[in-house]
Each structure stands twice: as C-alpha cells, then as structure tokens.
Design a protein around this ligand. Sequence first.
Ligand SMILES: [Zn+2]
Length: 1112
Amino acid sequence: MLAFKRSDWPAKGVRTHRYSVLVPLLLLVVIGPSSTSALRRLKNGLPTPLHSNTLGSLDNLKWRTSSSISSKDRTESTTTTTTTISPPTTTSVPGTNSTSPPISEFTTWETTNSASTLTEITTLRTTDSALVISKPTTPAKANLPSLTSDTTTNLPMTTFPESTTTTKSLSQSTTPQSTTTLTTIRTTTTALEEHTPPLNPIITIISPSSTNQPDFNYLLPRVMKPLHYDIYVQPFINGNYSINGSMAVDMVVLQPTSNITLHASNMKITKDTIKLAAAEGEAGDDLPSIKSFTVDTTRQFFTAHLTGELRPGRRLLYSMNYISSLHNHQSGFFGVQYLDSNGTQRHLVTTLLQATHARKAFPCFDEPDLKATFKLRVARQSNMTAISNMPIRRTVPMEEEGWVVDEFDTSPLMPTYLLVLVIAHLDYVSVTSHGRVPIRVWARPELLHKTALVQQVAPVTLSYLEQYLNMSYPLPKLDFVALPSDIGTAFEGWGIIVNYNEELMLFSPDADPKDQRDMVVHIQAHELAHQWFGNLVTPSWWTDLWLSEGFASYLQVLAFTKMNRSPNMLEEMAELLQDILQSDSEPSSHPIRLPVYNPRDIWALFNPISYYKGSYIIHMMSHFLSENTFRKGIINFLKDRKYKNAEQDDLWRHLTVAAHQDGTLPWDVTVKTIMDTWTLQTGYPVIKVVRSPDGTSATVHQERFLLDGSEKLTDRNFYKWWVPLTYTRQDNPDFNNTKAKVWIRNTESQIMIPSLPDKHQWVIFNIQSTGYYRVNYDLGNWKLLIKQLLTDHRVFPVTNRAQMIDDALDLALVGKLSYKTALSVTEYLRNETERLPVQSCFHNMEHLEKMLWNTPVYGGFKKYMLSLLVPLYSALKIHNDQQVEAVQKEHADLVKRLCDLNHPDCVHLATSLYSQWMQEPKNLKSVPQQIRETVYCTAIAHGGEEEWQFAWRQYFLSNDDDHKDQLLKALGCTKDSWVKAGYLNLAFTPGVKLRSQDMFQVFSSVASKVQGHHVAWDFLLNRWNNVTALFGNGENVAEIFLKTATESFNTRQNLMELKFFMRTNKKYQGVEKASESAMTRTYSNIAWMDRNYDDIRLWLNNNGYSTNLQVL
Ligand SMILES: [Zn+2]
C-alpha cells in the first residue's frame, strides 16, 4: 500500500517537536497539506512519514483532510459508549434463498481495557436467529482536541435504516476496574437441527481469570487451514447501504480440534445458515455438529464449538450468510458518494482490506500466511461495472430486474487482504501495447482522458519489473483504477491497483506540474512492485512488513529513475536518506522488524521506518553485495517463495548463497549476520574517523546517533552494527566503487584503517551515501574537505556534497561538531547549482533560524542564507521571463525560500502577481497554484491592511478547501503585530464563520512566523479559557497549542512565563504536563544557545554576514 505521502518531513532540529504534533494536528484537520504541497512533496511517490509513536492507521492520511477529523482516527482507542441496536427488518437477498430474519432479543455486555483509564464497552448481541458482531473499539478518542464534546460514536452497524441507536456514558463509579480484554460467551442450547443449532438467547458472560491478554493470543489457533473461499456478495449501494453476503470456505484440519475459529467483525451472521459439512468427495457421517458459538470482540474471533473432535487431514466446508454495512469506514466493503460532472450524486462500492479488515468484508482466516484461492460472485445493478482481482468468467441476469451476477475466475493462492472489489460507474481504456497481459485503465468517464500517462507508463514499468525480477507478472490481467474518493492512498490489489484518490492516477500535461507526473509514475510503480513483493511472496506476518513495503519503495525508485533517467537513483536515494535518518535518530524510533500482534500495532508499522529505512537498507545491500549479486539473490528468493510466504531470514539465505557464489562476501560472513543488526536494532550509527597525526591511518569508531535528550539513554553504546565502510582519497578519488572496503563488525567498537594518504590530503567515507549511517571526522580532515569544497566542490558527487552538509549540521545540532565547522561546510554553497545540497542546508537551518530570530545575529544569518541561494537562483534563470512560470512551478520551494528571505526579485514577483489577482479576484489562475501560498504570504507580509483584508474576504468567498488553507496561512504572514493579534481574536470570536479546523490553522500561522510567536504566546497566556471553551479541556489541546507557541523558546524569561502559565491554568487538563514538556524543550534550547550562539555569531561576523547595526 502506498501508505503515506512524503510530505511534512519535519525540519531538522525542530523535528522532535513537529513529529509529535503531526498526528494530533491531522486529527484536528488543521494542517493537512494542500494538495499542491502534498503533490510537490510526493515527488518520489513515497509515503508521508509519521512518527512511529504517533501513527494511526494509514487511512488517517488524507489528501484533503477536511472532514477527516475523529472519524478517520482508527487507532484502537476506547470509548465510553455502549450501543444497542434494534432489530433490522427481514432483508431478502436477491439471487439467493437466504434471508435475514428479524432479531428478537439481544444482550449487551462490556469489557474493560487495562491499558486505558477509559472503559471499553463492547456491544454484541445474540438472538435466536442471528449474531451481531461489532468491533468494540470505536474511533472517538475522548482526549483528542475536538470541537465536539460528544463522545458518542456511530458504530457501523447502527447505520442500517431500520436500526436505532441509544447511547449512554458510564460514570467512573460504574467502570469496572478489572483488566479484562476478553469476553467469552457461552451459549447453552440443544441442537434442533444437525450442525446448525440455534443460539440460546440466554447468555452467560464469563470474564477470564487472567488479567492481561497476551499479544500473541491475537493469532488464530493453527488447527485449520483454509484452501478455498467461495464468496457471494450483493451490495445495496444505491439502496440502504447494506451488503448481503455468503461465505463458504473449504478447509483442512491440521491438528485435532473441536473448535473452528475464524475472524469476523462488524457483521450480522445469520445463525441458521451456518453449516459445517464434509468437503466434496469426503464422507460426512461422523462429522460433529456445532453446539455453541463464542464471539471474542477484542480479537475479532468467531468460534464454533463442536460436539466432537475433528481429525487432522479432514477436509470440511464451513459456510454462513451474513449482512454488513457499506458504512464501514474505509475498510472492509464500503460505499463512497461523489458528484459526477453533471452534479448528480453517485455511489460506488469498494474494498480496503489491508491489514486486518478482510474480516469486516467476510468471515475468514484473516492472517497473511493463511493463503487460499478465492472465487468471487458479485450481484450488481446492470448499469454499473464490477472489477476484481481476476477477469470475469461470466455474467448472468438475476430474477430482480436490472440486476446481474458477475462470476470472477478463481484467484491464485493469496492472502485475504489482497481481495479487491470495485462496483462503480467507470469507463476504461485498454492498453494494447507490448506484452501478453491485458491492461485496462479505469476512471470516471469524464476523467478518462487524464489517464494517458498511466496508459503509457504502466506497460513500460510492468515490463521493466518483469525483466529486472526475471519473472513474468503472474496474473492474467491488470487493472488500474482511479476512484473518486478522498482516501489518500493507493492499494496493490493483486491484478487490480486501486487509487483511492483520483489525483494519484491522473495527469494533465497542460495543467499539472511535473511533480504531479512524477508522483503518478512513482505510485503506480510502487503498487506494481507489490505484485511480486507482497502479493506473489507475502510476508509471513506483519512483523516482516518491510519485506513488502521496503521492496516496493525501493523498486519504485529504481523503476522511476531507470525509465526517466533523471535524477539518478543515487541522488533520489540520497535525498530519501536524509529524511529517514532524521526520524530514525529519535530515541523513540523502533527497529524495522518489530513483533506486532494486535491490529493497532500492525497498523503502526505502516510508517517511514518500514517504507524508507526498509528501502534504504535494501539500497545499501545492493551496493555492498554489488548489483548483480543482489539481483541474483532476490530473483532466487522470489522463485523459492512464490505463492507462499517469507520472513526476512528467507531473503538473507538467498542473498548469502548468491554472495558466496559470487565471492562478494567472505565465506564466514552471512547476510543475516550483517543485516540483522540493521533490521532488529533501532537507529543507526555515526562513524567517527580520526586520522593519525601523519594522516596515513585512521581509527574508525561507531556509536548510535541520537538527537537531543538522548544522553539519558543508557543503551546508547550498546547498539553496534555491521557497517560497510566505503571511502576514497584526494590523491586518487574514486566515487564509483560502492562495495565495502572494510567492515566494522558489531563486536567491534573501533577498527584501524591503514594506508591512507598523508595529512595534507582528505579522505571521505560513505561513497555516494550508499551506507545507512552518518560520518564525522577529526577537525583536520573536516578542514581538508571544506577546502576542497571551496576550491572545486565538483570533485565530490552531489550525493556526498549533500550528505556532508546534512551530517555536519546534524552533528552540530547534537553537539558532536562545532557550528564553526558545520557552517564552514555550507559556505561553498555559494557556488552550488544543484538542488539537493542547497535543500539539505536549508532543511537543516530551520532550527537555527528559530533559535536566532530574536537575537542580534538574525539579520546576518538571513544575509548568509540568501547568499547561498543566489547561485541556484541564477542557474535556474528564474529571472528569465521566458521560463519564469515553469521554473516557479517546478521550484516552488526555492521561490518560497527566496521570498522568505526578502529577495527583491521574488518579492517583486509576488507582489505584482498578487496585485493582478486583486484586480481580477475571479481569475485565480493569475497566480500559479504551486506558488500561491508563497505569493499570498509575501504580498501580505510586504503589503498593508488592504492586501490583508482582500485575502480575508477571499477566504469567505472561496469554496475550495485548499485555497482556504492557503489564504489562512498567508494571513498570518503580516508583519504587523496588531494585525496578527487582531487576526487571532477574530478567529476565536464566536460567530465568525471559520471552518472548525481553521481556528488552529490561524493560531499556527501566526505562531510560526518570526514576528508572530510572541503574539500567539500572549494569546495563550491571556485567553486559555477561550481555547478550552472551543477545543475542549483535553490533554492534547494543551500539548498541541503549547508546542506550537513555544517551539522557539530559548531564554530564561521564556521559562518563567511558562511557569506562570502552568500555575495560572493548572486546573485545566493537560496544562501541567504540556507546560513541563515545553519547559524541557526550552531548557534544551537554552543549553543549545549557551553552547553555540557565540560560535555562530563569530562565524557570521568573520565571514562578512554581520547584522550591520551601527553605533552613531
Ligand atoms: Zn506499499
């Protein structure tokens, strides 16, 4: 799955703050990136990183985040709501004989969750005719900042038109304090008919004696193995939004058992349709019957208890009918509403089953190594189209007028989560280019013309991957589908790649920037790579998710760069490296391979570590093993594990065999020995190279690299890696050989490297940045490298130039290198015309900027930064009118930085574009979309009341969410404190019709500007009660507002103010905790200032970048 956009990578230095606020912000729906910025940042098609600790499910992430507040939060939070559902009326199932009789009785009971102070209430009812299984965890998070205090959550089942919902909140006194996470239901009944006894309405609830549910208990008992599923569904997408289904699974008994347990969630199972029979051709005389059922809503288990034992080897057919709702929130089967080009409301139904949602779509063994074949039959209205993993075998009319049933071919062996169904009003284009696999590209009819890019790149990418992996695409067809939904993700259904947001698949050469094109190509390549890594060979369990997502992320870049030739693979990956090293240096990062069991933890693994670190260590392997050996290993891995599952040890084994055959690793070293240190440990090393006095040898030492605050970690020196060391020297530079010259083993903290040049010549390590580590040098070698950069930086490749800057500034940030040296590394940038090193510098300088913006050196600092941008600015010929628009679009980030630094050309450009727009407000196109935010912000910063008032008016006139976001952000750019203060007051004034999420956006836009953070802080000091009145008194409210306002606090005065704020407002929830963390950050910033301020000031002065305030 494309899980994330590569957007909102936090700035260096401020990352510890920004990461942790990201998810609350997403939940607040206040800083969702505009689609433009998201597209721009999604340049690599790589997912958005979120900090592992703060991840919710992938589905939290939106291209457009409006309306995605709490309902999108599918972290497994608890709720204090209990829900009962009244019986639905009988629903006939066209084309089948089954009906869902009315429910006559129900029982509600509850469980508690020890991990939370809240009480988790499970609703589950049984009747004489049906089981209702509702997931106990619901999306409302009591403590989330939200404009609503209502914690009531609509469980999907409550959405049936026939249903009614009642809710109540439990008081603390009624909250059981036990730590039960499992509810067992025992029914006592007499079988009325063979194998299908009714459930007794009298239910006994038994709490288990154990106080904790061990995580591994989330796994199904391995006593059965599914072989084949027959699934029939009829979604009433244009009716009551229900879906009727039947499931029959052919399975084999592996171990003696008298239970059958599978997954089921959020559905009603019609009890008298539950049948257990012998599989075809097997004797069924002695088959035990079902005597009772157990429903475990925590683990989403549905268990049938039998009257006798089943023997291993026995084949059975287990079947049942069920009813579910299409209101499932972006999981299982769910409905999507949209307006077509005529403004007519339409509906479609689709699926999103990864990772643990197949159980919402049909009862099944919902674990990735329980692969089976699937045969799907789908009843649909004849004016719609159904698409699934396999081709349609036949379509037959139903008795009901206007309905038909599509029967799809049987799939190959695959896990449950890969099943896809789309029923919609879509058209397609067949791609008939080379190759035997028919490719169809689907979209709404009115948008089909924008799929030309996918039509063009899909067969080429497919062909490239087939050739690279030396294996044909295994399915008989391939569909690419663009759906009009706002879920910002794509999914790698086997044989059907679904883009849950049309933007991910559509490109218009005339209207869209190149970034959009690159994004589309990247995303489709990612999902195509999954057809092998993930689909053909599936990780045995989610713990090895990186095998799927890491390879898909790696191959997408490989395919993209091979096909586009520019930029090259090394530069693409080097850019990625800087981003992921940043998040992986947090003390709270985690290993790539992490044992996970429950759905919440599984979802949390869909994060940058699995995707980006995963892809980077693959990149590293391909270099230390050599490309040929690496490729041989992965081809053998795929051949060995196809249609099966794999763990990382399977990959290590095949790579080791290839490496030993090719002699790229010594016989006594395995890939497992090396790579386990990278996948099972958190973080990464910094390599310190200290040369001998004459320079001819060096000791090389490894240590885990950690960000601020990490000194407290006791295990800092415990972590050791097998580090492939590559290096080259001034007298014979060779940046092509990326194979390891020397290894530091994980048993060695330091090694000696001989035969280096004399002390007058530099050495440089980590050639082309192919190693997942940072490098630090002794001062002498740094000086030699700096001298070379200033003399002729092109001796080093772009990758190493960028990485030197990134390493130096990050090392300085944590006190491992002086800023005097680190800033000197950046000085050569005045001659740099490549984007990557400049970007690396600016990305890292954001922390410095925030620290310095209230100090006398800020003016000098800005001058220095501007001086570094000018060469790139000239190289891109932004001043050339002929190219101006194209350059603006493609280098929007550069334009923004130039304008932020008050570059006269940029300011002139922005103000003139803005004034054109003011004259013709309806002509939005007068400002290119990509630089709109910069133009608005700059014009307002350099303008007066008139410019501000115009933007404020446009906010209310606009119906476009992205545009509203851009305007709100820009309004905070005013340099006048009184306007900023007025803006805040306006936003928080009752009656002003701001969208609910916008109030925080206003606050954030004011607080994030150099002249604004005081205003924002004053606002909090004086009006905290207003904030809590609007956002509630939740813990996260204090956290998020304080972080935003105090990020740049770095003085003792700031500390006193924070203490005052805490004292004054401590009656509000979370204020104490949030103030304390703000104070910790402030202490850390004060220490940073004490350590570095003078160094930075002197360096700037000595290099001619003083602030120029003169004494008269
Ligand atoms: Zn993926």
